[in-house]
Design a protein around this ligand. Structure first.
Ligand SMILES: Cc1ncc(C[n+]2csc(CCOP(=O)(O)OP(=O)(O)O)c2C)c(N)n1
Ligand code: SF4
Ligand SMILES: [Mg+2]
Length: 342
């Protein structure tokens, strides 16, 4: 099978995909990139482009999905693509959406739907560019989608720890040593929950995982059709940074969801809906798998003792059993009996 780019048409189809058979065949992110074998972030790019279709502009922050995707004179992007600075996905998305709107209003561009998508990594989005994303999500009058692909490290510059790296993970900045077995002692930042809770004007906010491709593509389409600022955070297994055989990338993506470490949800019109396997876990139709099944498949956790695994499990249990909205909002509401009025 050869993957060939179709010439762009003026069709923007953002309808829901019901089964894998309805997934569009045409690719707009094709071969010719140099990401590692088994790179789930590359799959995220492919699914974004597939779901959005030909009338799409993509902007990408510095990181693996910029560097490995734009080696000199080559690119896998069939749709227009532009690099933006490491912390600028929010500004790029907002600026492009505003620019298109003005050009259309002035009659310099035909009035037609054009998808505006900006992506960033966890370093670029959850750390450095968080303020730009936050600002962008307050601009209800513009349509765009920001995608944060989270491989849980600054991968492109050789796997440095980020605010999205999981507790205890070995990175080049947090090696496990004799004196300190656990060097990275901070819990992963809850970026999608923070953005959902703090941006009432955002039209759509979701989490996703490329191991569940149809769910992800539908979320991309919903975000683009939402009629305002939208944000999706994906969790992407990274064979190089997580240290495992590329063969199991997909399996790790599934385990992240099935252990409850990465809850899948969407917030649409201020309504939160758990999706896919996460919904089934919450409804007690299936049980969460132990985090051990996920952690022990990855070299970055190979130094973990049973106590470390138990600690990790207890933190994930807390998310599910004690958070105000399990897996999403990390508060506990004060119970009056605990604190009676004076
Ligand atoms: C302002 C700025 N600081 C540092 C860099 C160097 N740099 C390029 S890519 C990168 C890592 C980005 O990490 P992330 O956003 O998580 O993307 P990933 O490489 O993991 O795909 C860094 C630190 C840069 N390009 N710009
Ligand atoms: S280091 Fe990780 S994110 Fe970067 S190209 Fe390789 S697998 Fe993909
Ligand atoms: Mg990263």
């Amino acid at each position: 099978m050869t993957l060939t780019a179709s010439p762009p048409t003026d069709i923007v189809d953002l309808s829901s995909i019901k089964t894998v058979k309805q997934v569009p065949y045409t690719e707009y992110f094709v071969s010719g990139h140099r990401t590692c074998q088994g790179c789930e972030s590359a799959l995220v790019m492919r699914y974004i482009a597939k779901a959005a279709g030909p009338r799409t502009i993509v902007m990408g922050s510095t990181g693996c999905m910029y560097v490995a995707n734009t080696s000199y004179y080559t690119t896998p992007w069939v749709v227009p693509w532009m690099h933006t600075q490491l912390g600028s996905a929010g500004s790029a998305a907002l600026g492009a959406a505003a620019g298109l709107k003005v050009l259309m209003r002035k009659g310099k561009l035909a009035q037609e739907p054009i998808n505006v998508i900006a992506f960033c990594g966890d370093g670029g989005g959850a750390d450095m560019g968080l303020s730009a994303i936050s600002a962008a999500l307050t601009h209800a009058e513009y349509n765009f989608l920001i995608i944060l692909y989270d491989n849980e490290s600054y991968a492109n510059t050789d796997i440095q720890v980020s605010g999205s790296s999981p507790w205890g993970a070995v990175t080049t900045f947090s090696p496990s040593g004799k004196k300190k077995r656990i060097m990275h002692t901070r819990w992963k930042k809850n970026t999608p929950g923070m953005l959902a809770a703090g941006h009432p004007d955002a039209a759509y906010i979701a989490t996703a995982d490329a191991a569940y491709g149809v769910d992800f593509m539908n979320k991309v389409r919903k975000g683009l059709a939402a009629g305002g600022p939208a944000f999706i955070h994906t969790l992407d297994p990274c064979p190089k940074g997580w240290d495992y055989d590329p063969y199991i990338s997909h399996e790790l993506g599934e385990l992240a969801v099935n252990t409850g470490i990465w809850p899948l949800y969407e917030v649409e019109d201020h309504v939160l809906k758990l999706t896919g396997r996460t919904q089934q876990i919450a409804a007690k139709k299936i049980q969460r798998q132990p985090v051990r099944d996920y952690l022990l498949r990855q070299g970055r956790f190979a130094h973990f003792t049973n106590d470390d695994i138990d600690y990790f499990q207890s933190k994930v249990d807390e998310m599910w059993e004690k958070w105000l909205v399990p897996g999403v909002i990390p508060f506990r509401q004060e119970v009056e009996a605990d604190n009676p009025p004076a």
